[in-house]
Design a protein around this ligand. Structure first.
Ligand code: FAD
Ligand code: UDP
Length: 367
């Protein structure tokens, strides 16, 4: 007998928002997750009184007032504004690419001077219609910034040549002709006071969740427990890799507790040279303006995905996009199955986009 209206595989943001909304509309939901905690990649662990972003630094940002109000139901947000700095061979540069960066790079003081420098480098490159990440980056910020702040970082992050990566990845970063180090252009930004777990707890309030349960270990049982399935795991795994494996980028996190109050003076420092094997060092207390006597830092090492590792980033190059399209075709033929989130939609989604996508799907199905 089917006991539930919805079985939701994955308690990350997609699964949790879907369950919350379905539950509100009177549907009986069960969530399973293979990890030993809910929340997917936004989960935080408290260490030395500091909320440690266990799966990488998460900064909430959105332009959508509806989504901002939605998350504010569950937690109040602080005024944190992400302003990473980049370390290249010991020299520090502001990010994203703005008048501070241009001054540090070239000594240019006005927008006109900086724009002239970029135009000159762009003209020298001869790029008219950018076809890949390298060409896109040079067109946006010129060759010097590309070489110092983008090329080596990108190639270690993705394990691929910048010429083999899609242009859209670099368009995530603003380029600004003002002295403004805000990494995002969105109207709303912050970190939930008390950590992201508060949001997950609010979303999952009153919902049955079973942890350390992998859907694939007893697929038949789980498929028959509910009338509908919401799947937020990997779409290629769902279809038993029938067309082949999609590629993902994984990460390895190395945490250290330091007996000092302030290690690097900023939450995020990027290491843009290939000399260091890690891409960034995160000092978690700065997300919440912490004043604890100790500090927790995380080195983030990019890693190619293989069996047993977490899949963090879809690799949306041509080969994988074509493969994903085939899986999507299969998914579109299904009745009573919803594929949602970063892994099931194979999309480089931020948190607000995952929430938006889950809310849209719930409304479409349950209105
Ligand atoms: P996930 O959080 O991955 O949740 C999927 C869940 O499904 C997991 O808990 C997993 O254990 C479970 N699962 C998978 N397969 C199975 C199975 N077979 N059986 C049972 N359970 C299963 N976004 C921002 O907006 N701002 C940021 O600053 C930001 N920084 C990021 C930094 C990093 C390093 C990464 C990797 C992502 C970042 N993101 C950021 C993106 C953000 O993490 C995602 O948009 C969001 O968390 C995705 O939610 P999801 O529900 O799609 O997936
Ligand atoms: N990037 C870069 N240098 C940096 C930061 C980012 O070249 O110092 C590029 C890199 O290709 C990265 C992309 O911009 O993958 C997107 O950066 P973002 O910070 O949005 O990445 P995420 O936080 O999702 O890992």
């Amino acid at each position: 007998m089917q006991k539930y209206d919805y079985l939701i595989v994955g308690s990350g943001l997609f699964g949790a928002v879907f369950a919350h909304e379905a539950n509100k509309r009177g549907k009986k939901c069960l969530i399973i997750d293979k990890r030993n905690h809910p929340g997917g990649n936004i989960y935080c662990e408290n260490v030395e009184g500091i909320n440690v972003h266990k799966y990488g630094a998460h900064i909430f940002h959105t332009n959508d007032k509806g989504i901002w109000d939605y998350v504010n139901q569950f937690a109040e947000f602080n005024r944190y504004t992400n302003s990473p700095v980049a370390n290249y061979h010991g020299k520090m540069y502001n990010l994203p690419f703005n008048m501070n960066t241009f001054y540090q790079m070239w000594g240019t003081k006005t927008p006109a001077e900086a724009q002239a420098k970029i135009n000159e480098q762009k003209a020298e490159s001869g790029i008219k219609n950018p076809q890949n990440l390298e060409e896109q980056a040079i067109s946006l910020v010129g060759k010097d910034i590309y070489e110092i702040l983008i090329k080596e970082y990108t190639e270690k992050q993705w394990g691929r040549k910048a010429t083999d990566l899609p242009a859209f990845i670099i368009k995530r970063l603003p380029v600004r002709f003002t002295y403004d180090n805000n990494y995002f252009n969105d109207k709303y930004q912050g970190i939930p006071i008390g950590g992201y777990n508060k949001i997950i707890e609010g979303l999952l309030d009153g919902i049955e969740v079973k942890l350390e349960v992998d859907f694939f270990e007893d697929r038949e049982y789980w498929e028959n427990i509910a009338e509908n399935l919401v799947f937020t795991g990997k779409i290629d795994e769902y279809y038993d890799y029938c067309y082949g494996k999609l590629q993902y980028r994984s990460l390895r996190f190395e945490n250290k507790i330091l007996d000092e109050e302030n290690f690097q003076g900023n939450a995020v420092v990027n290491y843009t040279s290939s000399n260091e094997p890690y891409t960034r060092i995160i000092e978690h207390k700065h997300f919440e303006f912490g004043t604890q006597p100790k500090t927790v830092i995380t080195y983030e090492y990019p890693d190619e995905w293989s069996e047993g590792k977490e899949s963090y980033y879809p690799i949306n190059d041509e080969v994988n996009s074509e493969l994903y399209r085939k899986y999507k075709e299969l998914a579109e033929k299904e009745d009573n199955i919803i594929f949602g989130g970063r892994l099931a939609e194979y999309k480089y989604y931020d948190m607000h986009q995952v929430i938006g996508s889950a809310l849209t799907k719930v409304k479409k199905i349950l209105q």
